[in-house]
Write a protein that binds this ligand. Structure first.
Ligand code: MLT
Length: 415
């Protein structure tokens, strides 16, 4: 046989492309078949922000670019974990102000929490048993497939080797503790895709489980700014013991509208340890630092200044009004869907509404029907895992005008 370089076979196990490119492909196909109707399409699929950046961020980024234009204020490579000004602001506003112990050197500023959720696997061994919620943000699963932590997928898209934690109407979309041992557990609250939140006592039981079984929780808090209920924890570190068993991922995408600008951060507490092959307990912080400084140079100076500005007084007010805008859309959309008689979840502490499809409809069938009948793009629940079958997700990231139009259009679907 002709000598070849070898590819990573694990990639060949991935199903039908990442969910959102697959949706985009179907929408393109619809546009080719029905160009007249396609002109009216309103997208409530991918959770991408629609409103312009807050003024505070625009001004801060302009100023930073001007600094780079002058020899005396020019900057080249920044500190690998991110500039102090940003890590200090994060520490102060997101943690100390809530009485939480996180130090700036435990913060790693990155180009987004999606990237971090995947990259973090570099510092974990292949022996780990991985647990994910089902339905799940597909990035957690696909990055583990790529890393060779799974076997093949079955017809529902579930991979052998992963522990799936069912989240459904019965458990309020917060999973029960696994019966089998899990070493790395992905939790996402407020949740994408269901919009559910976990209570303090539910998170306490996960932290207790992780401490008792020496597991690590990978806590994705990308939507924490949407929490409106005063009792819902914003950070896993609000739970005693979490510093010994949890890594937290945060994002500026959904609060400051940075989905295109790109900035997020990971908290890796210094006392968080994992075991070597020979069973010795070692801290993970130096490994993540090594990984970070070898494969990454943090985020551009203007972007970090933009992120810092979100913590200023003006920035905080502007972020609040963006979130109020999207949560206002969520209220309008949820009420409209309830009016059609469907069971509706989420949308109160999260920008996502999770809807139970009428009996007899699979979630891709719902996707096609809603696209055909009212030219609205939703996300089929099955794209998030087997438990998502029979549900669909509506994103509240939109202009008010579009949210209102979609609310009206939902009344016209003949199920
Ligand atoms: C989504 O629609 O689920 C989001 O776009 C996820 C993300 O932020 O990557």
């Amino acid at each position: 046989m002709h000598a070849v370089a070898y590819l990573n076979d694990h990639y060949l196990k991935l199903k039908a492309g990442y969910l959102f490119p697959e949706i985009a492909r179907r929408v393109r196909e619809f546009g080719q078949e029905k160009p007249g109707l396609a002109k009216n399409i309103i997208r409530c699929g991918i959770g991408d922000v629609t409103e312009p950046l807050p003024d505070a961020a625009i001004e801060a980024m302009h100023r930073a670019v001007d600094e780079l234009a002058r020899r005396e204020s020019f900057r080249g490579y920044g500190p690998e974990q991110g500039y102090d000004f940003l890590r200090d602001a994060i520490t102060e506003h997101d943690y100390r102000s809530r009485g939480l112990e996180v130090t700036p050197d435990e913060i790693f500023v990155s180009d987004g929490s999606k990237c971090d959720c995947g990259n973090i696997l570099d510092i974990f061994g292949p022996q780990n048993r991985i647990a994910v919620m089902d339905p799940v943000y597909p990035v957690y699963v696909d990055t583990n497939v790529m890393a060779g932590h799974t076997g093949e997928a079955d017809s529902s898209g579930a991979y052998s080797g992963l522990v799936y934690l069912p989240c459904n109407e019965t458990n309020g979309f917060v999973p029960a503790l696994p019966k089998e041992k899990a070493d790395l557990i992905y939790l996402c609250y407020p949740n994408n895709p269901t919009g559910a939140t976990a209570t303090r006592s539910q998170l306490e039981s996960w932290v207790e489980y992780a401490l008792a079984s020496e597991a690590i929780i990978l806590f994705d808090a990308a939507y924490e700014a949407y929490i409106t209920d005063g009792n819902v924890p914003h950070s896993i570190y609000e739970i005693p013991g979490a510093r010994k068993c949890a890594i937290e991922f945060r994002s500026f995408s959904k609060n400051g509208g940075f989905t295109g600008v790109r900035c997020g951060f990971t908290i890796l507490p210094k006392e968080l340890n994992a075991a070597t092959k020979s069973g010795e307990s070692k801290p993970l912080h130096p490994l993540w630092h090594r990984r970070f400084s070898t494969k990454f140079n943090s985020v551009s100076y203007p972007v970090q200044r933009g992120a810092e500005s979100l913590y200023s007084k003006a920035g905080q007010e502007q972020v609040r009004s963006l979130i109020d805008h999207y949560l206002g859309n969520a209220r309008i959309l949820a009420a409209a869907l309830q009016k059609t008689g469907l069971s509706v979840y989420g949308g109160i502490n999260a920008p996502y509404i999770w809807v139970k499809a009428p009996a007899g409809y699979g979630s891709w069938a719902v996707f096609d029907k809603i696209l055909n009948d009212i030219q609205v793009v939703i996300t089929p629940g099955a794209g998030f895992g087997a438990q998502g079958e029979g549900f669909f997700r509506v994103s509240a990231f939109n202009s008010r005008e579009n949210a209102e139009a979609v609310a009206d259009r939902f009344q016209k679907v003949k199920w």
